[in-house]
Design a protein around this ligand. Structure first.
Ligand code: ADP
Ligand code: MG
Length: 247
């Protein structure tokens, strides 16, 4: 533990937890599949941001993560790249549960429609040309179209907490096959009053053995309620704070 300065960016990075893997210095040395690397370069990313340098190897090592970094610091790619890499490295068939209930392998929860759409679009960009199926679900529109997309099977589902909750209640989505659960913008979900649905969703994820799933949380700030949530649902996790003083 303790604060050290990232040599290249001079932003204070604090990493706590057992045996953190070494941060990467470039995408090229991150051990990503060529296909993923090509899609990164196609999107114009030349070098990883500080949160990406730390989060990518942590997620690739199979660890749970609580990542704190300010808005605009590249948190989306920090989780999407290693997740997509793992799905392609170790592909598993899409399984459908009873009555056509979808079992996404990755469930990403974000607080707003815009954020789910941003994550959805980034995920499509980084997995362009691959077999991965990605679906998005948010409130304020009819369930039907989104539900049909999900039922066709999706590796990655990006959803707002309320709509995800709806789908789980209707037995359209189950956490039974989940390999990664991501809570993005956890502090905003808290501010928007979504904690009850988020907690319920996290409880669904606990039916998958901890050895079979990775849980990742991202937040711009780290208030007590988020620390509490991390303590409850993350397993032997690493904590990475970039430029968050006193986090
Ligand atoms: P956050 O989730 O931390 O608010 P985003 O993931 O939305 O940040 O990223 C902010 C912007 O930076 C996006 O437009 C994204 O495409 C871009 N970006 C992310 N990582 C990199 C990178 N390594 N190099 C260049 N641009 C990047
Ligand atoms: Mg974000």
């Amino acid at each position: 533990s303790g604060i050290n300065f990232d040599k290249f960016d001079c932003i204070a990075v604090k990493v706590t937890g057992e045996n953190p893997p070494r941060a990467i210095e470039s995408f090229e040395t991150a051990n990503l599949r060529k296909y993923v690397l090509d899609n990164i370069l196609k999107s114009g990313y030349k070098k990883p941001t500080p949160i990406q340098k730390h989060a990518i190897p942590i997620i690739m090592a199979g660890r749970d993560l609580m990542g704190c970094a300010q808005t605009g610091s590249g948190k989306t790619a920090a989780f999407l790249l290693p997740i997509i890499n793992t799905l392609l490295q170790d592909p598993r068939d899409l399984i459908t549960g009873p009555n056509g209930c979808a079992q996404p392998q990755v469930i990403i929860v974000a607080p707003t429609r815009e954020l789910t759409l941003q994550i959805f679009n980034e995920a499509r960009k980084f997995s362009h040309g691959s077999i991965l199926k990605i679906a998005v679900a948010y409130g304020g529109t009819a369930v039907r179209h989104q539900g049909d997309n999900i039922s066709r099977g999706c590796h990655i589902l990006v959803a707002t907490p309320g709509r995800l909750h709806d789908f789980v209640d209707r037995n359209r989505v189950s956490f039974g096959g989940v390999r990664f659960v991501v809570l993005d913008e956890a502090d905003r979900m808290l501010d928007m009053g979504f904690m009850p649905s988020v907690e319920k969703m996290m409880e669904h994820s606990t039916m998958v053995p901890i050895t079979e799933r990775q849980t990742l949380m991202f937040s711009a700030t780290f208030p007590e309620d988020i620390q509490h949530l991390a303590g409850r649902f993350l397993n032997n996790y690493l904590f990475v704070a970039v430029g968050v003083v006193g986090g």
